[in-house]
Design a protein around this ligand. Sequence first.
Ligand SMILES: C[S@@+](CC[C@H](N)C(=O)[O-])C[C@H]1O[C@@H](n2cnc3c(N)ncnc32)[C@H](O)[C@@H]1O
Length: 281
Amino acid sequence: MSLRTIFYSLPSSWRFLARRLYYLPTDWWELAAGKRAPLQPPKGLIYTGGGDFLKEGSRLLERFVRIGGLQPHHQVLDIGSGIGRVAIPMTPYLNKRGFYEGFDVVELGVRWCQEHISRRFPNFQFQYVPLANDLYRKDGTDAATFHFPYGENQFDFVIANSVFTHMLPKEVDNYLKEIQRVLKPGGKCYATFFILNAASISLMAEQPDFQFRHDHGHYRLFDEKVKAANVAFEEDYLIRELLNANQLKAVETHYGYWCGRNKEACEDFQDFVLVEKLKSL
Ligand SMILES: C[S@@+](CC[C@H](N)C(=O)[O-])C[C@H]1O[C@@H](n2cnc3c(N)ncnc32)[C@H](O)[C@@H]1O
């Protein structure tokens, strides 16, 4: 059993507590020595993944501009806004006409962002939505029927970074329908996935640590007990049944190194797709 599998097997509240305790000495020291940037959460609260939190956020912003065409006056929606990794580097980027909305199912992250980001930058708003996700919380309502609390054609740019990799097909289908509704005509969406195709399946077979062993036809799970731990989608199903069927078009796909591709040749660990709204449904 890998460390990752053991970590996923813990109840989500234990995982949050374990992280808090593990980083407590570092977090105290950083606070006492004034080593933490003003808009940087303590390490023990960063439940959204490893790596250098601020650098990773800046890297994402650079990519949204370079590949996604994000502009400072844009209206931005960040689905699964976590604890502000995407929002923080955007605070000096968006201008007075620009606006950022984020929502997430983990209250701790949303409250931190409201307190630390929205207070200083009122054009950054965050909402807590108590939806079920067995990786992040023990209860909640069904994301497959969730109606985004925004109007039609409201956003120029929608982000789902490392979110659909933790959601099941019916939920992703509903979210893509909602993205189509809230995107302006010509608007773009940046979304990450684990994409299963002949190349990724064959490469993945050679690296035992990151495998999607549980085959459900057009999608596979990393862990059968914690379904949202990691979810991978078969490429044809993703393009036709999830994107095209919801009047969304994949304009660019960049494959990641999660399955064992050469890291130097990839933009990121996960695959990402730049999606365009085709027309109103
Ligand atoms: C790996 S984290 C990524 C967070 C953030 N996008 C980032 O890049 O830092 C996945 C996030 O998705 C959120 N999430 C999971 N299910 C969700 C859902 N149905 N709707 C919105 N957010 C969800 C989790 O709470 C978590 O914050």
